[in-house]
Design a protein around this ligand. Structure first.
Ligand code: PGA
Length: 256
């Protein structure tokens, strides 16, 4: 049985004052959902914040059960890469998770499947957990190529990581569902998750059973329960709803 994992993704949102308020409220009000966010939780919980706020968020979340994450990483260990941030730096800032290959990075920064795979490898080398995002665009969805697209994205990672894939988290995020309020039906999402797990199983059956495959794209308190009840959906990657503490906790409440 794979435990549920709920990861928030603030994207490029936040301010020192607002972050403090959100995280303090999360920790204070988490008792309704979890009793306390300082004791063992029934699910794995994390929050991926912008780079400049990692230190602040680490200060607020350390000694709690809410893991810290980043939203991207360089595939290089160090050197002349102005503006980039290495995996070792993120690890030093207290990160447990790193999102790699988010569709917004693939789209706005032309990240290829190979680059995403190298970023996942760099993350693992620094002893953190990559959350590897895959997902089809609206056009690809409409022309029926969802599975071709997500399989290609996942295969690039399997080819590079081999057995290390067992230590990763995968997130299926249909691009057309991100921030749009549109969601696939639970059965549709389950089918894609199932196919991704089968693909992992052709490589390594044990890894396929172990790897958490999260769903992301307009996940909210009122649709989370049905989606997360599906056998191959092991949690959620939550964008917009993670910026509203009440909504985020209600989403967690709905699925535990
Ligand atoms: P959303 O974003 O929940 O706002 O749709 C999800 C994501 O991009 O990870």
């Amino acid at each position: 049985m794979r435990p549920l994992t709920i990861i928030g993704n603030w994207k490029m949102n936040g301010s020192l004052a607002n972050n403090q308020l959100m995280l303090e409220t999360l920790l204070a009000e988490g008792h309704e959902t979890f009793k306390s966010l300082y004791c063992d939780l029934p699910i794995s919980l994390g929050m991926c914040v912008p780079y400049p706020y990692l230190s602040q968020a680490h200060g607020l979340l350390k000694n709690t059960k809410v893991a810290l994450g980043a939203q991207d990483v360089s595939d290089h260990p160090n050197g002349a890469y102005t503006g980039d941030v290495s995996a070792a730096m993120l690890q030093e800032m207290g990160c447990t998770y790193v999102i790699v290959g988010h569709s917004e990075r693939r789209q706005h920064h032309q990240e290829s499947d190979d680059l995403v795979a190298r970023k996942a490898k760099a993350t693992l080398q620094a002893k953190m957990i990559p959350i590897i995002c895959v997902g089809e665009t609206e056009k690809e969805y409409e022309n029926g190529s969802t599975l071709v697209v997500v399989r290609k994205q996942l295969q690039a990672v399997i080819d590079l990581l081999q057995g290390q894939i067992a230590s990763c988290v995968i997130a299926y995020e249909p691009v057309w569902a991100i921030g749009t309020g549109k969601v696939p039906s639970p059965a549709q999402a389950q089918e894609v998750h199932h196919q991704l797990r089968l693909q992992l199983a052709t490589f390594n059956a044990e890894a396929a059973e172990k790897v958490a495959i999260l769903y992301g794209g307009s996940l909210k308190a009122d649709n989370a329960k049905e989606l997360l009840a599906m056998p191959d959906i092991d949690g959620g990657l939550v964008g917009g709803a993670s910026l509203n503490t009440e909504e985020f906790l209600a989403l967690c409440q709905a699925c535990i």
